[in-house]
Design a binder for this molecule. Structure first.
Ligand code: UD1
Length: 437
């Protein structure tokens, strides 16, 4: 069975380049169908979630070309949208719900399968639906798990979000950009990918103001035109390498990043004793010694991201003293703790809080990635551990990390993707040769 084999104990050292932001790309590719002209999207990460949404866009008839690994050209003019957007891939990813907003915004109707995504909590879409209804759509959930939204005409509205939701904010923006009149979204999410989506739509002629603050104002326009746009770097991929560097007591420069988006991650690393140096588009993380404990609570941006909670949990599991991690966004995000315990971590979970007693080091073990980010965090744990680890269910990790083993190997990490015992033996031989030389 496909899995990663890891030999731990080598500090990660060197330079790694970050890909485009997966979550921004999912929204932007969905929004790209809203023009009837070619839209070029660059710096798209080559990960399985992206391939799933691009497949869905092609399936509804949009013209899609892929001139290079990180660029898509999409033209929504050819869409012949008669069947609901529904297949296994659409149901597996979270970002497919952005097709509800973009199709509704463009055609005043959408039928899209309910989204999937990582099993990290209930993940309702009531706020999306509330927004679509406020714009005048009739929204129903029909068997077999389809969201159906229809409007005679979408009309701008004043919408107050009950919870800060990235997905709902983005979906409502897309539904509102071509609605008649003005829309105001209050208590909007402020994540960098909300801003990126707004900038992208504005480059197509939309009038979205205030993205990045909690009040977003949209003036409806008649149509959107073609554009060329480059996606922002992935804040969570960057953070994962920063924290993996710290876990292995390494020295890694992470390039092609926007340091401002990483501030809360940098602040926590500095607080526990790492050296972090920022330059214009890179950050260098040096962790020469065992780090200190701290407390952290996940919050909407600019707070500490829930998508970095497993990574900091793994790091604090190696730090001195007792740390407390509180998960306030998703209720099911500590499933990595049982796996990490197999590596020797000492963590007790009580409700939405993990009480972590730092240990001197982890030991290699066989573990399963419970979801995307937790899987990446377990890889960081394995790279820091004494001995070998096998990490299964890596399809979760491949949803969001481009070339994960390759990038880690370029930093000196002993990690390989293998499919059987023979490949595993060969990989281990290569690791050992490297250590001897
Ligand atoms: C997005 C990201 C995910 C990240 C999360 C929070 C994508 C594809 N996924 O997920 O990686 O972990 O933001 O940064 O971009 N909620 C409701 N009702 C709703 C919508 C959300 O109650 O209609 C709640 C959720 O249960 C959660 C909170 O709001 O407690 C935040 O969720 P949200 O920001 O919507 O997350 P996603 O968009 O699903």
């Amino acid at each position: 069975m496909e899995h990663y084999v890891v030999k731990g104990g080598t500090p990660l050292v060197g330079e790694v380049e970050i890909a485009g932001a997966k979550n921004a790309a999912l929204a932007i590719l969905a929004a790209a169908i809203m023009a009837d002209e070619p839209v070029t999207v660059e710096n798209v990460p080559d990960v399985s979630d992206i391939r799933a949404i691009v497949g869905a866009i092609a399936e509804i008839g949009a013209e899609v070309s892929h001139p290079d690994r990180h660029t898509y050209v999409i033209n929504g003019k050819t869409i012949r949208y008669t069947e609901p957007v529904d297949n296994d891939a659409v149901r597996k990813i979270r970002g497919s719900y952005y097709l509800i907003g973009s199709l509704l915004g463009k055609y005043s109707e959408a039928q899209v399968a309910l989204p999937g995504g990582c099993n990290i909590g209930l993940r309702p879409i009531d706020q999306h639906i509330k927004g679509f209804r406020a714009l005048g759509a009739v929204v129903k959930i029909c068997p077999p798990g389809l969201v159906e939204a229809r409007a005679d005409e979408l009309i701008g509205s004043h919408i107050y979000m009950d919870v800060v939701s990235v997905g709902a904010t983005i979906n409502i923006i897309m539904a509102a950009v071509m609605a008649k009149g003005n829309t105001i979204i209050e208590n909007a999410a402020k994540e960098p990918h909300v801003v990126d989506l707004a900038n992208f739509l504005n480059s197509m002629g939309a009038r979205v103001r205030g993205a990045g603050t909690d009040v977003i104002r949209i003036k409806g326009v008649d149509h959107l035109h073609g554009t060329e746009y480059s996606i922002i770097p992935d804040q969570i991929e960057a953070g994962t390498y920063m924290y993996a560097a710290a876990c292995t007591r390494g020295d890694v420069t992470i390039t092609n990043v926007i340091p401002k988006h990483l501030e809360c991650l940098t602040a926590k690393l500095t607080e526990i004793g790492c050296e972090v140096t920022e330059s214009d588009d890179s950050v260098r993380v040096v962790a020469a010694k065992r780090l200190d404990h701290t407390n952290v609570k996940t919050l909407p941006y600019p707070g500490f991201p829930t998508d970095m909670q497993p990574q900091i949990g793994v790091l604090l599991g190696l730090s001195k003293g007792t740390s407390i991690v509180t998960e306030s966004i998703f209720e099911n995000r500590f499933r990595y703790v049982d796996e990490l315990s197999k590596m020797g971590a000492s963590i007790r979970v009580e409700s939405n809080t993990a009480i972590i007693e730092g240990v001197e080091g982890y030991t290699g073990a066989n573990v399963k990635a419970p979801d995307l980010r937790a899987g990446a965090a377990l890889v960081a744990a394995a790279l820091s551990a004494q001995g070998y680890s096998d990490i299964y269910d890596i399809h979760f990790i491949e949803r969001g990390y481009e070339d994960f083993p390759e990038k880690l190997r370029s930093l000196g990490g002993c990690i390989a993707k293998v499919d059987n015992a023979d490949e595993e033996r060969k990989a281990i031989n290569r690791f050992n040769l490297k250590v001897v030389s």
